[in-house]
Design a binder for this molecule. Structure first.
Ligand code: ADP
Ligand code: MG
Length: 970
């Protein structure tokens, strides 16, 4: 009887942990019925809802009773307790097992998501394994007519259940697998497998393999071609091939965190669970053939005996036949006995296996009491301490197998055939790396002999972490072995890789010193570093010629308003030979990493790389890359001031990628640049008028991208006032320093307040794009851009909200800087008010003068035709005095030019280079440095405004003096 059904998938969300609370995380998960919804913390409008067979809310609404058991805190609580989960999932498993189906429950999720809590439980909150076992015992006690037997290995939580239904001459047997997945996201390939016993405990079930299997099975279920289902080594094969896609009723419980800081991980876990729903199983009731045979034999014998009885009655004519029949009976009985014995044997084998393990444990305990040893440290605390490497007196060699006899065989990444030698002599252990093999002790690389101290942290190869436990006399009851956990190792490692001093309890420190955005990116970056190191190691071992580099996208970049852009982790993939580059988002990298690990595993097991007809996970296809951006502030245009500058295009890390020479030129309608005489004082005068301007890019110097490889090219792209399409210069190839003759004309028929405000607050962001062999050049899509009759790009059609609706992230700390800028803007507004009142005063005075002197208004004195011509013809405002406006404009021009300098510094401020010139970012250092620069800039801003105030005060003073002169009779 085959029961085809898909994998059942449940999702459970756990409470916030200390770290999440310390980082003031918010809840982004909600559940209703069978739906689980996740919010994007960066864009709360963006939600995604998944549907699963069960959704368990365990984040809040609970109390702890006297026994430490978490229970719902009232009748309206939504909290799902351990007991609830058992009643729903555990009982279903038991039911299936009693019916003769194999049943499996396993939990999936990142480390710390609650897998062990669900399966094993902590303290009073018993998990599924103990509750299922208890229920099984209970049930066996109650089943009088049936005789149940089972035995349990407790390394794998495999329960074999055999039921004999005496009166029905029938048996059913089933296997229950309860799997508490242990493993770590970060250290998955660092399998250390000195012997089978340790292996079974240490690599319970690798998440990698599980991920690969589920992906392949789900692809298969939706009709995709799958090359091979990557079930792996013996233990896993047995479990996975039954539990997934085989003869089993299987439930997967997906564990997630409620916190926004794990959005990416949780999203990919949920997507993964979504795929897992596709996996199809074929469960069969297990009535084995031998059971049938047993019944047949018994039946046979009954028949034979009856026949013999008949023959005996008939007398001794059939003596021969009787002999044959008796022999048959004896034979049948022997077979029957054998079969019954096999069950006894199974039990006996299990007992022996258990004894063997027990003696191993005893032996291990003895050695621990006498010898120094290495203790493994894993990201998953469940696996830490599972492996011990004892150091005997004399010489102990460490290395990878590869046919060479090593005392301690390690299979982790970056471990050489002969890696190191340990010498134990005179109660001292000395470690010496062989041939510069990588070993770090307490975060510091070791090149020569080093005497180990009790509780030294030893990293062998890329990421095999061990704690050295010294001789018994060095140990102390108060040793805090647990202190040296994965975090401790990782932060020691991070500190030598250039992160500056990062202490353990990072969460606490970050809370005080960094804004939550930076804290999140910091956490992500540290998390991805070991994965990237592993991918690089595999690439090297498999000779793939590819290097991976993690990077923070937009670490220092700003948008058109000068505000920080959303930061995210990306991974650069560089082909060592062709120097071609790809950029992968983090998710893509982690997906690829799974495939890469699968290939590596295949390589380790078979010595070959599986054929990758469909796709090479190390490499996709080349694409155009964003190299960096430069900001050109538009403010001068609002005053009809021509502007020319050389601006730096800055990459994500704040380094210069190229220098671009640019001009912003206000023009006449016929396209001729306007001179200084056209400078205006009050941009509002432009309202409703037509405005023309040009943007010219004339030079590009020191393009690093092309310096790195002359087969490459670049293109510059930019946006203007919410145009629906990006504008691109033509591509330039093979030249790192070139002249460019690029001019783009823009025209707005009716200047709006919105347009003016845009000019005053925005920059044109010049994006430098890197071209490489085999990629497409970018083209301006003029189809989307409105052009005026003279060929200028028309800016009238743009809508305000296209650029003003930049989401204001209230969470983001408002830096001192933006406050200062705001104050400056206010001051400028005040100055303008002063200017306006001066103007009207001016007019009043003029009239007064005219009346007094009775002179005609066209006096021949310098007016509109003078040094300054306002863009809008204010022909009625003719002044007998030298134009105050002209002087005012001059002062303003000086001011705006110095403001451009200030702006440039502001951008620079956001580009403070990290300590290390390499790929490593020192964010904390970065934050401190930034504060200092903010102060300096503040002073500079103040002196700028001070100068402007002074200039204006002088103008006003002189004006007043002149007016007094004019009014009083000579
Ligand atoms: P994993 O095995 O996935 O690495 P654990 O099961 O060890 O994670 O859980 C990590 C921590 O979270 C533990 O301290 C555990 O007590 C706590 N935890 C997990 N799930 C729950 C839950 N549903 N209710 C209360 N605490 C939980
Ligand atoms: Mg666990």
């Amino acid at each position: 009887m085959i029961n085809g059904s898909s994998l059942k998938v449940a999702v459970r969300v756990r409470p916030f942990n200390q770290r999440e609370k310390a980082m003031r995380s918010k809840c982004i998960i909600s559940m209703a019925g069978n739906n689980c919804t996740i919010l994007d913390p960066k864009d709360l409008q963006n939600k995604r809802t998944f549907t699963f067979d069960y959704c368990y809310w365990s984040t809040d609404g609970y109390i702890e009773n006297d026994q430490g058991v978490f229970l719902p805190n009232g009748p309206h609580s939504r909290y799902i307790s351990q007991e609830h989960v058992f009643n729903e999932l555990g009982r279903a498993v038991l039911e299936n097992a009693w019916n003769g189906y194999n049943a499996t429950i396993f939990s999936y999720g990142q480390t710390g998501s609650g897998k062990s809590y669900l399966m094993t439980g902590y303290g009073g909150n018993k998990g599924l394994v103990p509750m299922i076992c208890e229920a099984l015992f209970q049930e066996i006690k109650q089943r009088q007519s049936k005789d149940g037997q089972f035995y349990v290995y407790f390394s794998m939580f495999e329960i074999y259940n055999e039921q004999v239904f005496a009166n029905q001459f029938m048996t059913k047997h089933s296997e229950i697998n309860l799997v508490d997945l242990a493993g770590s996201e970060r250290q998955r390939s660092a399998g250390t497998a000195p012997d089978r016993f340790n292996e079974a405990r240490a690599i319970n079930l690798s998440l990698t393999t599980l991920g690969n299997v589920i992906s392949s099975l789900s692809d298969k279920a939706v009709g995709k071609r799958v090359q091979y289902i990557p079930y792996r080594n013996s233990i896993l094969t047995r479990l996975l091939s039954t539990a997934l896609g085989g003869n089993s009723k299987t439930i997967m419980v997906t564990m997630i965190s409620p916190a926004d800081i794990y959005y990416d991980e949780t999203m990919s876990t949920l997507r993964f669970a979504e795929r897992a729903k596709n996996v199809q199983n074929r469960a069969v009731i297990n009535e084995s053939l031998t059971e049938q045979l047993l019944m047949d034999l018994k039946e046979d014998n009954t028949g034979l005996r009856a026949r013999i009885a008949d023959l005996e009655k008939a007398g001794d004519v059939h003596i021969d036949e009787q002999e044959v029949l008796k022999k048959l009976i004896v034979d049948n009985e022997r077979q029957l006995k054998d079969m019954q014995k096999s069950w006894q044997q199974k039990l006996e084998e299990a007992r022996r296996e258990w004894e063997q393990q027990y003696s191993c444990i005893i032996k291990e305990e003895q050695m621990m009491a006498e010898l120094p040893y290495f203790l493994n440290v894993n990201e998953d605390p469940q696996l830490s301490g599972a492996v011990k490497h004892f150091i005997h007196h004399g010489i102990t060699t460490i290395g990878r197998t590869a046919g060479l006899q090593q005392d301690i065989v390690l299979k982790g990444l970056g471990i050489l055939d002969k890696h190191a030698v340990l010498t134990s002599h005179d109660h001292k252990v000395v470690l010496e790396p062989i041939n510069k093999a990588r070993i770090l002790i307490n975060g510091v690389p070791v090149l020569t002999k080093h005497q180990l101290q009790h509780l030294d942290r030893v990293i062998i190869g890329s990421c095999s972490f061990y704690l050295y436990v010294g001789f018994p006399h060095e140990r102390n009851d108060r040793d805090k072995i647990h202190k040296y956990n994965y975090e401790f190792f990782a932060s020691e490692l991070a500190s030598i890789e250039g992160f500056g001093k990062v202490n353990v309890g990072m969460g606490e420190e970050l809370k005080e010193n960094l804004d939550p955005d930076l804290a999140r990116i910091f956490h992500d970056f540290i998390a991805i570093m070991p994965m990237v190191a592993q991918a690089n190691q595999i690439s090297e071992e498999l000779n793939k010629g590819v290097i991976f580099e993690p990077e923070v996208k937009n670490l220092t970049s700003t948008d058109a308003k000068g505000e920080g852009l959303e930061k995210e982790i990306i991974v650069k993939v560089i082909n060592k030979v062709t120097k071609q580059v790809e950029i992968w988002p983090r998710d893509k990298f982690t997906d690829r990493k799974l495939l890469i690990e699968g290939i590596y595993q295949h390589f380790l097991e078979n010595g070959t790389i599986p054929n990758m007809v469909e796709q090479d996970p190390f490499w996709d296809s080349v694409e155009i890359l964003h190299l960096g951006s430069a900001h050109v502030w538009l403010e001068t245009l609002a005053y009809c001031i021509a502007y020319e500058d050389q601006v730096e295009a800055i990459n994500y890390r704040g380094k210069e990628e190229a220098i671009i020479q640019i001009r912003l030129l206000p023009c006449s309608p016929s396209g001729n640049p306007l001179g200084e005489e056209s400078v205006i004082v009050d941009p509002d005068d432009l309202l409703g008028k037509r405005m023309d301007f040009q943007m010219q890019i004339t030079l590009c110097l020191g393009v690093k991208w092309i310096q790195g490889n002359s087969s490459r090219g670049v293109q510059i792209g930019f946006m203007m006032y919410g145009l629906p399409a990006m504008l691109y210069t033509p591509a330039v190839w093979n030249n790192a320093n070139f002249e460019m003759d690029y001019t783009m004309c823009f025209m707005i028929q009716h200047v709006t307040a919105d347009f003016l405000s845009y000019l005053k607050t925005h920059a044109v962001v010049l994006e430098l794009w890197g071209l490489q062999e085999g990629c497409q050049e970018m083209e301006t899509e003029f189809a989307h851009v409105a052009l005026a009759g003279n060929g200028s790009v028309l800016l009238d059609l743009c809508y305000r909200n296209q650029w003003t609706s930049v989401p204001q992230d209230s969470e983001k700390c408002r830096s001192k800087l933006s406050e200062q800028l705001k104050m400056l803007e206010e001051e400028i507004e005040n100055l303008k008010d002063a200017n306006r009142s001066l103007k009207s005063e001016n007019i009043k005075m003029q009239r007064e003068l005219e009346r007094l002197r009775n002179l005609p208004s066209s006096s021949g004195l310098v007016t509109n035709g003078g040094p300054m011509k306002s863009a809008n013809d204010r022909s009625d405002q003719k002044s007998p005095f030298p134009s105050w406006d002209a002087e005012f404009a001059k002062a303003l021009k000086t001011f705006y030019f110095s403001m451009i300098g200030v702006r440039a510094r502001l951008i620079h401020l956001k580009e403070v280079r990290p300590l290390d010139e390499g790929r490593i970012l020192c964010l904390r250092y970065f934050a401190n440095e930034r504060n200092q620069l903010i102060e300096e800039l503040g002073e500079e801003l103040e002196s700028c405004v001070g100068k402007l105030k002074n200039d204006i005060a002088k103008i006003i003073k002189r004006k007043k003096e002149l007016q007094i002169d004019a009014v009083s009779p000579p």
